[in-house]
Design a protein around this ligand. Sequence first.
Ligand SMILES: Cc1ncc(COP(=O)(O)O)c(C=O)c1O
Length: 371
Amino acid sequence: MAMHGRTYDLMIPGPVSVDADVMLEMASPVVAHYGTEWTRFYLETIETAKRIFQTQNDLFINVGSGHLGVESVICSMVEPGEKVIVVETGHFGHRISELAEAHDVHVHPVEVEWGKAVKPDQVEKAILRNSDAKVLALVHNETSTGLMNPIKEIAEVCRKHGVLLVVDGVSSIGGIDLRVDEWGVDVCIAASQKCLEAPPGLTLVSVSERAWKHMRARKTPIRGWYLNLLKWKDAAVEGKDVQPYYITMAVSNVIALRASMEKILQEGLQARFLRHKNVGHAFRQGVRDLGLQVLGADEEASGIVTVVLPPDGHTESEFISFLCDDYGIQVAGGLGKLAGKAIRVGHMGPGAKMTKIMPVLYGLKQWLISL
Ligand SMILES: Cc1ncc(COP(=O)(O)O)c(C=O)c1O
């Protein structure tokens, strides 16, 4: 039974509208989350995910949303009372700080004006000022601003100073180039419902050898049980033939995720990143052609989300309702400091197509005319 009569074409920054063939996989018979046949399928799915993360590191699929992944990483990597440097370029960067504080971790925030990416030298200064911090965390694509932090350069700075790098790639993995191994990202988190083009419900976490060593050297045990990455690692080793985790895996979601990731690899990672970039730039230009402003500089734009500033005297919600009612397309509003002041359009996965952004631009034009 459908939840309600009307569904919308999702042009929000996740979840994305999932292709019908992937959704159909959710209708496959439910299977047991253990046993040799399932385990083989599951481990192949992990290998598929590693290709998208561009890593040979360990990778886990966990039942939960993106924040579950981020929280499990923070509470496993940083001990209560220890310090973590968190780069905040928007709402999701700030969320990392919030959840770190919930684990009694001492946060040193690097606060960057919303609408800008962080510069590597800002990161270096923060590391030099906080020589007791062993971990630095930040978001790759800050989904609240549509701007992307320069992970390659930040990873170099972290390496130089022996700091472990945690990257929230929840909205970027699968849509923007993020070379976990080549760039030296120690821990990277993704979620199923964004550029991985699958239904919500799963988070994916890759962990480097350096990060394992760091976790094993903790003075205090990890407080979490479900969120304990060392337990996930041990379970993966002990259960490698029958059940490489210790919870009931969301088998239907994993089957769908596998199907969507196969499609991603068939398209080819580089072709896909270019598609997102081109569509993102076309959308930004299209908005400017209508006389409206987009947040941030083009060079820092992630290509997968664009923040459009509504005209003076008007709010985001007016346009969101107009587009839903008249066009059947859903876009999102601003978050945190940008709540009420920004229209967020997601052009990720199936939405990263000219045929998908053109109706949004047309709707925007008609809305402006109607004002
Ligand atoms: C960059 C980023 N991090 C974390 C999250 C949280 O993910 P979830 O809502 O799946 O917990 C989001 C969600 O939009 C996000 O964009």
